[in-house]
Design a protein around this ligand. Structure first.
Ligand code: ACO
Length: 442
């Protein structure tokens, strides 16, 4: 695969494109690792042609230094550090600092950063009243999208994207308040009183405390549970130019404020093909029910006339085991053992489904492996979260990546408004009268 790529490269670091009898020289930019890119920015002005790439399967939309993925090898690194190392040694706050600032902070910087984050954990009291406007049965992601966007109405001293200080303040506010908004969305949906942040706790502990403590009794957070929560947050913190991150960048490219951009990212993440897949994966396992039904559902997933897919399987970039899924599979066993589930039928079903799918020629040929969503739902359920909260937790974690990518984009000197073009295949010019007289076949 690699050598094939190399052989098509021009020696002068340019690619040649021949359209009819015209030759266009396209510069090739070198990546530190992974695929180099062919710069086509002048192609349209020089040739009159656009490129066509629905779903951006071959398009690098930006230059970035934040996250690197090698999908073939199953590698994920934040700022060059492997996620498995970060999951073992770091915590979410430090990882968010790494993502935003580009390298690990020293102890003094980290202490200062932690303080700056916890300064922002509370929500404006007026903003808390927003929750009462939602229906009781509202999906917590609906509240997450709405309240995240509404931050721009309350924190107007951090909306100027041209001021680096305001940009950083906005980023910290988003990361700090995301956990509070997520927890309040949960509390509202279960009809319990809101719990205010406790800044003595770590980010993961504070989130768990805001979700699960009640005024009537003490809530003690077991270390193993808060560590599992922290690792889930670390593993979901960034993932290069995925749909929601690209949404944040595209929204931000117009100069929109960061709270609005991150709300757009939350909306994009909600979809079942993206962040919503962890909820969908758990629901799928519950539908499959028991091991006797596995083969039937694998056949359904392979049947092109059937819309069913194995949720938590497959990935646009990973054509190998998702490194995050590997870590979570281990955490899953530890958390279940801690909560006293000696044998969780859903976990056993998941492991068996994974085993059978990975032996099936369809999944082998298409390189479909479990992704991060396959096991995260089982852990979150064991911690006590309902499926509707899974994507909310994903979005809380991803605020670190979204803000890092957004600040990188604003700082990029070649940044301009994102404006894709299209292959138009609609009607040619026609008269208004002719349209009206046409028989309506809709
Ligand atoms: N079950 C069955 N078949 C699948 C699956 C699956 N989970 N995933 C992909 N395929 C098949 C496709 O039908 C397609 O078949 P074809 O070549 O015969 O048309 C082939 O594998 C390639 O898949 P694409 O959909 O083209 O891959 P793409 O990169 O566009 O999609 C995606 C990736 C959206 C993640 C897809 O694998 C999927 O829908 N998976 C299930 C949902 C899921 O788990 N999403 C979470 C992704 S991770 C994240 O967002 C954190």
């Amino acid at each position: 695969m690699k050598s094939k790529k190399k052989s098509t490269k021009s020696k002068k670091n340019t690619a040649k494109l021949i359209i009819n009898s015209n030759t266009y020289q396209l510069p090739i930019h070198k990546a530190t690792e992974g695929s180099d890119v062919i710069n086509i920015t002048k192609l349209f002005s020089e040739s009159g042609y656009f490129t066509y790439d629905p779903g951006f399967t071959s398009t690098a939309a930006c230059e970035s230094k934040v996250t690197y993925i090698d999908g073939e090898k199953g590698i994920l690194r934040y700022r060059g550090i492997d996620v498995s190392e970060l999951a073992e040694k770091s915590d979410f706050i430090e990882v968010s600092n790494l993502l935003i600032y580009g390298d690990l902070p020293n102890q003094k910087q980290l202490k200062k950063y932690r303080k700056l984050i916890v300064n922002h954990t509370m929500l404006n009291e007026q903003l808390i009243k927003f929750f009462n406007g939602f229906r009781r049965d509202a999906h917590p992601m609906a509240m997450m999208v709405g309240v995240m966007g509404a931050l721009s109405a309350f924190y107007q001293d951090s909306l100027d994207i041209n001021d680096p200080h305001q940009r950083m303040t906005a980023a910290r506010r988003i990361i700090a308040k995301a956990a509070t908004i997520g927890a309040m969305s949960y509390k509202y949906s279960v009809g319990q009183p809101f719990v205010y942040p406790d800044n003595e706790l770590s980010y993961a502990e504070n989130f768990l405390n805001m979700c699960f403590s009640v005024p009537s009794e003490n809530y003690k957070i077991p270390k193993i549970i808060s560590r599992a929560m922290d690792i889930i947050l670390i593993l979901h913190a960034d993932h290069e130019q995925n749909a929601s991150t690209s949404t944040v960048r595209l929204a931000g490219s117009s100069g929109a404020n960061p709270f609005a951009c991150v709300a757009a990212g939350v909306a994009s993440l909600w979809g079942p093909a993206h962040g919503g897949a962890n909820q969908a994966a758990l629901e799928m396992l519950e539908t499959i029910g028991n091991k006797n039904n596995i083969d039937k559902y694998i056949e359904k997933a392979k049947d092109k006339t059937d819309e069913f897919k194995l949720m938590g399987f497959g990935h646009r970039v990973y054509k190998n085991y998702d490194p995050r899924a590997k870590i979570l599979k281990n955490i899953c066993k530890k958390v279940l053992a801690h909560v006293g589930v000696k044998k969780d039928p859903i976990l056993e079903l998941a492991i068996e489904l994974e085993k059978r799918a990975l032996k099936d020629s369809y999944f082998i040929q298409k390189k479909l492996y479990p992704n991060v969503d396959f096991y995260s739902g089982i852990i979150l359920r064991a911690i006590g979260f309902p499926p509707e909260m899974f994507t909310v937790i994903f979005s809380i974690a991803r605020t670190a990546g979204w803000t890092a990518q957004w600040t990188e984009m604003i700082d990029d000197p070649i940044q301009k408004i994102g404006r894709p073009r299209q292959l138009y295949t609609g009607n040619k010019s026609q008269k208004y009268g002719k349209i009206r007289s046409k028989k309506n076949t809709r």
